[in-house]
Design a protein around this ligand. Structure first.
Ligand code: RM4
Ligand code: MN
Ligand code: MN
Length: 430
């Protein structure tokens, strides 16, 4: 039996006030789209089948490397994080899975945790391992790397941790392991580029060998931080080469914040797909680096162009195209629930806009070398305000028309402020 955190009556009541306006907007947009041969209900159905996972670590105020400014009522453990994720999904109906991070989310009974999530209407997405931080009592330090460390003990410990994550994931019902390592260097000469990659590949292949048949290993590249001179899996090139060497169950995961500024990420997406290696996404936005800002807050057009490639990929599937969509953000100055509601909306909007692109017109213009009309095919779709389509899909699934307004009316955070213990001031994302 599911028992959702907010009152469904509260949502219904707010929706009834906004319903007439939504119906008018939806009908008007439907008429406009039908003039170009698009059936709005068909787009709404596609939107209704779209979903994106939320990160357990995004439910708290992650802060920055410098400070964290906690708010009253923030979740302090995985149980409270699940409750908050359930609020996001109840209102948005587009985030039905949670992506956990270990050991941060470790509990003694994972079968019970799976049950607890199911009661809140939630399932589980990719499990994330953490070998970028030492844990209390750990035998070997990751100060000099994990899977690529010169210390065989550290490498073995990192492999063992990843295998434990797979075992936990099996208990939760996940089928993906996301591996991001902080391994790299801060000084020229600190490590040999080739030998550290060799060590990474050896260790990663031990993890790969432990993957159950239906599992995937998602390799996440990142060009800098915490290592500022070089990283072992620095870019999509290193990532795809590693994934190709490991085998068919290894795929690449693109975190939008993990590239050099101005890099053409949508082209990277197309490249990875071309070789059947596009495994998943960490959505966020970025102005300078791995800023982990809210999706669509800085460059919504880039997000649209990424989804444009994803729709092309859907139409030309290669090698079981089934990317795992996740949010990966760190909320510094907002209520994390509000940020993830807003981000889920921004991501879904870009999916809907990309679904609106007249592919025949686009491909025809490309074939005819008609640059302006090819660009206009994208531009026309990008300019459509798809909000009524998303709202309609949400209402039909039991969600709220105005997610942020209903969230605020619910006084969720204030109520949790009375019940939950306060979180500490330390910097970092846990
Ligand atoms: C990294 C990367 C990983 C995330 C950690 C917390 O920069 O984005 O996906 O697990 O941060
Ligand atoms: Mn990430
Ligand atoms: Mn990151």
């Amino acid at each position: 039996m599911t028992s959702l955190p907010l009152s469904q009556d509260l949502i219904a009541e707010a929706n009834s006030r906004d319903m007439v306006a939504l119906d008018e907007d939806y009908a008007a947009l439907g008429r406009k789209l039908s003039r170009t041969g698009i059936d709005i209900d068909a787009i709404k159905e596609r939107v209704a089948s779209f979903s994106v996972a939320v990160p357990s670590w995004g439910a708290g105020r992650g802060g920055t490397r410098f400070a964290k400014f906690p708010i009253a009522g923030e979740p302090t453990n995985i149980h409270e994080k699940l409750e908050d994720c359930a609020v996001i999904n109840q209102l948005s109906r587009v985030t039905p899975r949670v992506s956990p991070h270990f050991p941060w989310d470790k509990v003694s009974d994972f079968a019970a945790l799976r049950e607890e999530a199911a009661e809140l209407g939630l399932g589980w997405d990719a499990v994330n391992s953490n070998t970028f931080q030492d844990q209390v009592g750990q035998a070997h330090t990751y100060a000099n790397g994990s899977l690529s460390s010169q210390d065989a003990g550290a490498r073995a410990q990192a492999v063992e941790h990843n295998i434990e994550c797979i075992e936990i994931g099996q208990k939760l019902g996940s089928t993906d392991l996301t591996v991001w390592v902080g391994d790299g260097t801060n000084f020229p000469g600190q490590q040999d580029f080739a030998r550290s990659l060799d060590r990474y590949l050896d260790a990663a292949s031990e993890i790969y060998a432990a993957l159950p048949g239906d599992w995937r290993m998602l390799l996440e590249h990142k060009m800098f931080e915490p290592a500022f001179y070089s990283t072992v899996i620095s870019d999509w090139g290193s990532s795809i080469l590693a994934a190709q060497e490991l085998g068919p169950k290894a795929k690449c995961l693109v975190d939008l914040g993990h590239h050099a500024p101005n890099v053409n990420i949508e082209q990277i997406v197309a490249r990875l797909h071309r070789f059947g290696k596009l495994g998943g996404f960490h959505f966020n936005d970025s102005k300078y680096g791995d800023d982990d800002l809210d999706s669509g807050s800085i460059n919504p057009h880039q997000l649209f162009l990424v989804f444009n490639e994803l729709i092309e990929a859907e139409l030309n599937p290669r090698d079981g195209f089934n990317p795992s969509y996740m949010i990966d953000q760190s909320h510094n100055v907002t209520d994390p629930i509000e940020s993830m509601l807003s981000s889920a909306e921004a991501i879904t909007q870009c999916y809907a806009k990309a679904a609106l692109v007249d592919r025949e017109a686009l491909h025809g213009a490309q074939e005819a070398n008609d640059t302006m009309m090819a660009f206009q095919a994208l531009r026309r779709a990008y300019n459509v305000d798809v909000a009524p389509i998303l709202a309609k899909a949400r209402v039909e699934a039991g969600g709220a028309i105005d997610v942020l307004a209903v969230y605020r009316t619910s006084m969720w955070r204030d109520r949790k402020g009375q019940e939950r213990k306060a979180v500490g001031l330390g910097a970092g994302i846990v």
